[in-house]
Write a protein of this length. Structure first.
Length: 363
């Protein structure tokens, strides 16, 4: 399916695996153009490439199995299988693949699934971790791994560059796994470490130049830190009256904020401008986010009703994952994050203002 690009100068319609190149390193990340690939007549190279693509495909299928595993009572070791398959795909790929998005995503997925398996072994909710982890793996592999596999290039990298690239990808994968852990069992020390590492990756590395990876990590931050803010607010709320009105008003305000902030961001994209085109694009993006959020409101009907205000929680959960889903269609999803973040804050804090005659919880 064609995807919208926020950089029209390239003159192409990008698919899910095309990525911008870094100014600091020539073709450091992303799919390598055919003009820069070295044609290999050596049969072992061709065999290795085929094996790598096969392992990546099996990892993709294993991620799908992880996602579906909550429907059955099996699948305890699926995360380990997915991690092993991605590592095998990486080993069979050219060495410089670690400097491309394709190799980077294999390391990220292996690190994330390995840590997920550790948490499952420690007794955390297997169905939640497998399901969510499988969905993230599915999205990352679909978006970042090249359709024709990782190719050798004419670029040369030092050992230090290779070690740095591996460490950056490992840290990104561990952050995703720990954010999942946080969403189940919030830990303050873990959260501080996540924030510190994330800031370091943003300012000191190039791994987050991938739009899809950046969107996934920031969206997972919403999910990983939701329990902290919800607990802070819930402790101050009783059984206040007007909960339905508070939910409706906060939802409407959230939609307005998403539209306004997205329009401001989208209008700065050169090929869209600030006219009717920006309004049209913003409108369909807002409709997509709102639809996913409303679907989230229905989650309590399927047993996800542990939260004191389950519909509001479902709305926030839907908003949190909406950018991830939209990123499969367009790279413009990155411009949705400010509005989504503010809408989530409004949803969390609105009961303090909008609900009437609430009884303060025990401090």
């Amino acid at each position: 399916m064609p995807r919208l690009l926020d950089k029209p100068d390239s003159g192409v319609s990008a698919n899910s695996s095309s990525k911008p190149a870094s100014a600091g390193r020539t073709m450091l990340r992303g799919r390598v153009s055919h003009s820069s690939c070295l044609c290999k007549a050596n049969g072992s190279v061709v065999c290795g490439s085929v094996m790598a693509e096969t392992m990546a495909t099996l990892a993709f299928l294993s991620a799908l199995a992880m996602f579906l595993s909550p429907l059955i009572n099996k699948g305890k070791w699926l995360a380990s299988v997915t991690a092993a398959l991605t590592l095998l795909a990486l080993i069979q790929s050219p060495l410089e693949g670690i400097h491309q998005y394709g190799g980077s995503v294999l390391i990220i997925v292996a690190a994330m699934c390995g840590m997920i398996q550790y948490h499952i072994h420690k007794g955390l909710n297997r169905k939640y971790l497998n399901g969510f982890g499988g969905a993230i793996t599915f999205v990352l592999l679909l978006a970042m791994y090249p359709e024709d596999g990782i190719k050798e290039t004419v670029n040369e990298y030092s050992i230090v560059d290779g070690i740095s690239a591996v460490i950056e990808s490992l840290l990104a994968g561990l952050i995703l796994a720990q954010l999942l852990y946080n969403s189940l069992k919030f830990d303050h020390k873990n959260s501080i470490a996540i924030i510190a590492i994330l800031i370091a990756l943003i300012f000191l590395s190039e791994v987050l130049l991938s739009t899809e990876l950046f969107v996934v990590i920031i969206s997972m931050c919403f999910i990983g830190f939701l329990p902290f803010f919800e607990d802070k607010i819930t402790s101050k709320l009783g059984t206040g009256q007007g909960r339905a009105n508070a939910l409706a008003i906060s939802t409407i305000i959230g939609i307005i904020l998403i539209f306004a902030l997205t329009y401001v961001s989208i209008s700065n994209v050169n090929r869209i401008g600030d006219g009717y085109g920006a309004i049209a694009v913003t409108l369909w993006l807002t409709v997509a986010i709102t639809s996913i959020g409303i679907i989230g409101m229905l989650l309590p009907l399927f047993g996800f009703d542990d939260n004191p205000r389950p519909e509001a929680w479902g709305w926030r959960f839907g908003l949190s994952i909406s950018a991830i889903l939209i990123s499969l269609q367009t790279e413009l999803s990155v411009y949705l994050l400010p509005g989504i973040g503010l809408a989530i804050i409004i949803s969390i804090s609105s009961p303090l203002v909008l609900e009437k005659s609430r009884q303060k919880g025990v401090q």
